[in-house]
Design a protein around this ligand. Structure first.
Ligand code: NDP
Ligand code: GDP
Length: 326
């Protein structure tokens, strides 16, 4: 049975990727770090109904000895490195932790692969945040990077280490430069989920206002379920390469608010307030991806529209709040 190891399996993408790999007939193992709240940590895997189909193994991206032990035990043919301190805003408050996990963590996994010599294929979760202050109106694999946060700088380091280990040691290491992708399983601190959760609370009379920061930023938003398919496709290729994964459409936060509130029969202008403390020290104003290479070489296309995704997210948040109130 083909075996994969997913770091970050308790996160949004880890959960959807685990589900996808199980459907493809893989044995799926996931790295899980020690937590005092271990009863709630697998919430996303439980939501998808797959927690009992996965082998969870103890380890932390900071601790290379744990990674070596996990590789020796699981002997994966494919490793998806999704673990990270993944929230841009936090990266200004915890820049060293972000560098350690999001940056050096990838190198530790690459080193663990070299040391154990199992020849596993490697996927690195790179990010469109690496484009930051964009150097071209549409960003492709050839666009120069200009990171704008400690998170993006750490991701850029991990990205180049992945490229370097591929070129230096012939590792089958690929990097997916994924633009923002969301779902009902997105962390509540990210703007899309914060909005859909806010819509649900306001609709149910649990809140009146939704405080946000910069409404004019624009993002190329896709659905996480579509994006994890692309990760798996990258590791099925004979040749390891880097790919941009995006929808090719960009939308402002303001427009996202309009769509989400109007789906629930509300007007966002009656509820959204802006707060200066939610603005960032350096902003990424606009991102728009060109996924032409993935379309041609991987045959990958996104299947979920922004409107359908927003509806799914608002419905899920309404259901969560109704269940809590019952
Ligand atoms: P999440 O924040 O939902 O998940 C992050 C995961 O990393 C969690 O499972 C978390 O575990 C784990 N983790 C954090 N620190 C460590 C550590 N020291 N050791 C082991 N595991 C750790 O992220 P997403 O699922 O949204 O994203 C997946 C990856 O893709 C991330 O690397 C992210 O930066 C990147 N990415 C995401 C994009 C997006 O739009 N979603 C866009 C581009 C890139 P725990 O549950 O214990 O906290
Ligand atoms: P990011 O692209 O990985 O930083 O994803 P986020 O969802 O955290 O942020 C996307 C954009 O939304 C950024 O330009 C933020 O400045 C903007 N934004 C505006 N208000 C908020 C807010 O209240 N929370 C978050 N997370 N982002 C906000």
């Amino acid at each position: 049975m083909p075996t994969c190891l997913i770091t970050g399996i308790t996160g949004q993408d880890g959960a959807y990727l685990a589900q996808h790999m199980l459907q493809k007939g893989y044995r799926v193992a996931g790295l899980i770090r020690r937590s005092a709240s271990s009863d709630v940590i697998g919430e996303r895997l439980r939501w998808l109904g797959i927690i009992n189909d996965i082998e969870l193994v103890d380890g932390d991206l900071i601790d290379i000895s744990s990674l070596i032990r996990v590789l020796q035990k699981i002997q994966p043919g494919e490793i998806y490195n999704l673990a990270a301190q993944s929230f841009v805003a936090t990266s200004w408050h915890q820049p060293l932790l972000t560098s350690e996990v999001t940056g050096l963590g990838a190198t530790k996994m690459l080193e663990a692969i070299r040391i154990t010599g199992g020849g596993a294929r490697f996927y690195q979760a790179s990010s469109s945040e690496m484009y930051g202050l964009i150097q071209e109106p549409e960003q492709s694999e050839k666009t120069p990077f200009y990171p704008r946060s400690p998170y993006a700088v750490a991701k850029l380091y991990a990205h180049w280490m992945t490229v370097n280990y591929r070129e230096s040691f012939g590792l089958h290491a690929s990097s997916g430069i994924l633009f923002n992708h969301e779902s009902p399983l997105r962390g509540i601190e990210f703007v899309t989920r914060k909005i859909t959760d806010g819509v649900a609370r306001i609709k149910l009379g649990l809140a009146k206002e939704l405080p946000l920061g910069n409404l004019d930023a624009q993002r190329d938003w896709g659905h996480a379920r579509d994006y994890v398919r692309a990760m798996a496709l990258m590791l099925q290729q004979d040749k390891p390469e880097d790919y941009v994964i995006a929808t090719g459409k960009t939308t402002s936060i303001r427009e996202f608010c309009r769509i989400a509130f109007s789906y629930a029969g509300l007007n966002y202008q009656d509820h959204v307030v802006t707060r200066s403390d939610l603005m960032r020290p350096a902003e990424v104003d606009v991102l728009l991806g060109d996924a032409g290479k993935a379309r041609t070489k991987l045959g990958w296309v996104p299947e979920t529209s922004l409107e359908a995704m927003v509806a799914e997210m608002v419905d899920a948040d309404l259901a969560r709040h109704r269940a809590r109130a019952a």
